[in-house]
Design a protein around this ligand. Sequence first.
Ligand SMILES: Cc1ncc(COP(=O)(O)O)c(C=O)c1O
Length: 358
Amino acid sequence: MIRLISARIDSSALRANLVELKRRAGGARVIAVTKANAYGHGLVAVAMSLNAADAFGVARIEEAATLRAAGIEQPIVVLEGVFNAGQLAEAARLQLELVVHEPEQIALLEEFRGTYRFGLWLKVDTGMNRLGFRPEAFAAAWARLKALPTPPQILRVMTHLACADESGSARNDEQLQRVTPLVRALDAELSIANSAALLAMPATHAQWVRPGLALYGVSPFVGQEGAALGLKPVMTLMSTVLAVRKVRSGEYVGYGASWSAKRDSLVAIVAGGYGDGLLRSIPSGAPIMIGGRTAPIVGRVSMDMIAVDVTDLPPVQPGDKAQLWGGALPVERLAAAAGTIPYELLCGVSQRVPIELV
Ligand SMILES: Cc1ncc(COP(=O)(O)O)c(C=O)c1O
């Protein structure tokens, strides 16, 4: 079957990135973060490729269930934890590890009468003010988890940095200073680092790191691409030229007539629009690749198509392959052109885009 658009997932690049991140994390174990359909890369395809991950991190229990149904046996950490007794029973059945960030979650564990001994991560809010117990409430929460009727298999500590992509920010030091005394007193294992912290702040490595974006070969730092960090892009979003048309100088292209030709132009219509995850905010001038050369998108992104000015390219024909990102056109570049972050573009790849593991 001919596919107009597909996301090619390079499993060897994925594995190489894991090796590189393990090396950079200097012995810390890796929770490979695969939430949001593995940042659009396909949850099961990614997990199957990552035998060497020490654990997987997902946001929600449904994602963990998908991994278990696919036969994934590594530990799975549910980063948002569970919210009712039914979910807790399901988490026990699936043998999951849970993040605990709310008093109600401790109450659920206190009422749990099953035999499964959870691996638990008590989350401390060291400043981000998203999830977690404040440092002053931490010791009491820890004591309650220690005293559970079904004792945890292991109790560890987690926190998350608000500004890890700004490695010079004083906020990172403040957050570290809030968590360090807590874990010192408990002699517990700790996880702090996302991709940015793993790559730029060795002081955050602790016993477990939690990279997401970098695993997919993409840089978490504005103005720096994954390749410069020794990472290989995993997703190539491939598409196809549907039509090529001559547009006369002064004529316009697409909805709202937002772009008009300044010269007689050749415009390729390429499959891929906001129905596939290409943000409508991607402006005229943002790059895509056809036949190994970059060319600017022109006019508005529509649901199924974009238009590309190929006047300066060697002849382009319907059926030619186009690359929306990946390979020589890193997703970081399109994200910068669209005024967003690569996370948003990757996670946005929609369900109708087939994933091809290569
Ligand atoms: C708690 C937690 N840990 C780790 C990650 C992975 O972050 P990144 O993709 O920046 O490595 C995330 C993602 O947002 C997260 O929410």
